[in-house]
Design a binder for this molecule. Structure first.
Ligand SMILES: Nc1ncnc2c1ncn2[C@@H]1O[C@H](COP(=O)(O)OP(=O)(O)OP(=O)(O)O)[C@@H](O)[C@H]1O
Length: 647
């Protein structure tokens, strides 16, 4: 279909009455949940055992619904117990296919959809192997016994957390650490002293450790039993090839290597050839041989055609008229755009947080945790560490560290990749405000919803300039056997009337957000986060429960939001939009996702002031006077109550 045709087709479809997916919301939600559960227990796999260039190739296709519990996979008793305690009983497809193969000891290249549970698929057999070697007393102690390489620091933390939570529930003890390039050498040395049994790190960091002699290559050769390359497709896009090549001479021949990936590419084959020995290749596809079906089936994909300059208007309509389900992760391609959007939405009373490479790592981790805990509903993220902006900012910072603006800017984190691979919890909708540069980027973005077989949706705003990449994405997702069935459908719930009713307000407000405002907001945000980063670290280590109180969606502008922008007048909303919006609300209620985190966990009123904000009330040095005062008040109250009781 030509571009013009496509646009006019969508225009026609946009003005129709809202239809599926949210028509009969509660019923639809129930059906969706049911469908999701079906996917959760999906099929038996079939191995084809084809041979490809000397490597065994096994393609698995889901055929019939069958549950396989972790108990059936030959795992160690303590791991099974740990999984039960974590409430995990049934395996996902990749887990039931990969775990037995890895337990057999062969090298493995596995490709499975985003959010399909790849982490446990390699962690469980890795832990089992080390627990066995440990009980046999055959673990060498000169360097880590297992190396898990991931592309970003955020992923280091995530994998470390997953593995630690399992190990804490095991009786035998294995030590795991995570180190990354942002840590001072002395901290890395300290972490690696011992040494730990499992090291989670990035290729860049391990290469640096070897080149600085923090870890001896010869020790690695002596001790390493297992190596995992997680998110292998991303490892390559983070330009880790040279670092991995530097590691190759130190990997012992007997080391079992696993490569996990969400997408396939010739680069993965290259990486496998570099690091693995005669690996099994496991490619998991869906029933019906859908070509490259890497987007989970439980994610409904939509698109909206609009001009670049109307994108603000469309996103406003989607959010303000509540036509999409929360939580929402919005992708943009530059940090400036992230702040432009945040400031724009703020003026309509829609609060959001921004996640980007400029922020200190502590802040990034807290933002993810707060978003996962449902403390706010909208997160605007940039996901590409190779954007022009990143390169330019780092170059500028190198050249000139005096200029006020440049001085304020952080050197952007080259290992930043907060979005790709990150296990966001319960994101219902992913919005591509800007289209990603390529299909792989699209898959990783969409993969932030529909995780662990939950339902989800994605909406891409496609401008005429982005239609080429959109077409590339569509072609990649297209089922060869069902040429006429589109994987990405026009978004059915947004009518032209609804959009037009907001046009003037949106245009006015969009114009009022100037480049200066954006730079100011950006500077302010970094300043706050840098100042708070160390305090946050110290404070939250001591008071982990206070994490609930942290707000990253604070209003950036100090101007009061005019009522006419905050509340959309009833007369502006047409009946069709009202119906669609109500359906979404009902569906949200039926799914029990009406932001319970905020109400349940925060313990403070929405929009409450200073006292509820830990960034303002605590100090890293000690308890704030206010807090001490409060405690004293509490003590006085208690004394009064005791007296009363005595009387
Ligand atoms: N057997 C299981 N049952 C229920 N939930 C699971 C199971 N295995 C993993 N999960 C959960 O599913 C979510 C996604 O898992 P994971 O992060 O390992 O996916 P992934 O395939 O690595 O995704 P990506 O490619 O995007 O990194 C996590 O929250 C994880 O705790």
């Amino acid at each position: 279909m030509g571009k013009k045709q496509r646009r006019s087709r969508q225009k026609e479809e946009q003005v129709e009455t809202p239809a599926a997916p949210h028509e009969d919301a509660p019923a639809a939600a129930a059906a969706e949940e049911e469908a999701a559960q079906e996917v959760a227990v999906e099929g038996q796999t079939q191995t084809q055992g084809a041979t490809n260039g000397g490597v065994k190739e096994e393609a698995a296709a889901e055929e019939e619904v069958k549950e396989v519990s972790f108990d059936e996979l030959g795992l160690d008793e303590q791991l099974k117990r740990a999984l039960r305690k974590k409430g995990l009983t049934n395996t996902t497809l990749i887990q039931r296919e990969a775990i037995p193969r890895i337990l057999e000891g062969t090298d493995l290249v596995a490709q499975a959809k985003t959010g399909s549970g790849k982490t446990f698929a390699y962690l469980l057999p890795l832990l089992q192997k080390l627990l066995r070697l440990s009980s046999e007393g055959s673990l060498r102690k000169s360097a880590p016994n297992a190396l898990i390489l991931v592309p970003t620091r955020e992923l280091c933390q995530q994998v470390f957390n997953e593995a630690s939570s399992l190990l804490q529930l095991c009786t035998s003890k294995l030590r795991i650490v995570q180190v990354n390039a942002s840590m001072p050498d002395k901290d890395i040395k300290l972490a690696l002293s011992g040494p730990p049994n499992i090291l989670v790190t990035t290729p860049a960091c391990v290469a640096t450790c070897i080149s600085k002699g923090i870890v001896q290559g010869s020790s690695i050769k002596e001790s390493l039993s297992m190596m995992v390359l997680d998110e292998a497709d991303l490892l390559l896009s983070y330009r880790c090839e040279d670092d991995l090549k530097a590691l190759v001479p130190h990997i012992p021949r007997g080391c079992q290597s696993i490569l996990m990936s969400a997408t396939s590419s010739p680069d993965i084959v290259k990486l496998a050839k570099l690091l693995l020995h005669n690996p099994d290749i496991l490619t998991l596809t869906e029933v019906g041989h859908v070509k490259d079906d890497v987007v989970p089936r439980n994610v409904q994909q939509f698109w909206i055609s609009c001009s670049e300059k109307d994108k603000m208007l469309y996103i406003l309509a989607l959010l303000k008229l509540e036509l999409i389900q929360k939580k929402v992760l919005i992708f943009v391609n530059s940090i400036d755009m992230a702040f432009r959007l945040r400031l724009f939405l703020e003026k309509f009373g829609i609060r959001s947080a921004v996640l980007n490479a400029e922020l200190p790592q502590n802040s990034r981790l807290h933002i993810i945790e707060a978003f996962n805990a449902r403390l706010f509903d909208y997160l605007i993220a940039t996901d590409d560490n190779k954007t022009k902006e990143v390169k330019q900012t780092n170059k500028e910072n190198k050249k000139d560290s005096r200029g006020s603006r440049k001085h304020m800017q952080q050197t952007l984190d080259a290992e930043f990749g907060v979005v790709r691979g990150i296990d966001f919890k319960n994101v219902f909708t992913v919005v591509n405000f800007d289209m990603p540069p390529d299909p792989a980027g699209y898959i990783h973005r969409i993969g932030r919803t529909g995780r662990a077989n939950k339902t989800g949706a994605s909406i891409s705003l496609v401008s005429p300039e982005e239609e080429d990449v959109f077409e590339e994405i569509e072609n990649m997702l297209q089922d060869v056997e069902k040429k006429d069935t589109k994987c990405i459908l026009p978004f059915p719930l947004l009518t032209t009337n609804a959009v037009e009713s907001l046009r003037y307000r949106a245009q006015d407000v969009a114009r009022s957000v100037t480049s200066r405002d954006i730079q100011e907001a950006r500077r302010q945000d970094i300043k706050n986060e840098i100042l708070n980063s160390d305090k946050l670290k110290a404070h939250f280590e001591e008071n982990p429960t206070d994490l609930d109180l942290l707000k990253h969606d604070k209003i950036l502008s100090n101007k009061v939001i005019p009522v006419h922008l905050r509340d959309v007048p009833e007369y502006l909303i047409d009946p069709t939009t009202k119906e669609a919006s109500n359906a979404i609300k009902l569906s949200r209620a039926a799914m029990g996702v009406d932001n319970p985190g905020r109400k349940r966990k925060m313990g403070f009123r929405r929009g409450s002031g200073k006292s509820s904000d830990p960034l303002r009330t605590f100090s890293a040095e000690g308890k704030s006077r206010k807090r001490v005062g409060k405690q004293r008040d509490g003590e006085q109250d208690r004394r009064k109550r005791r007296k009363k009781a005595e009387v």
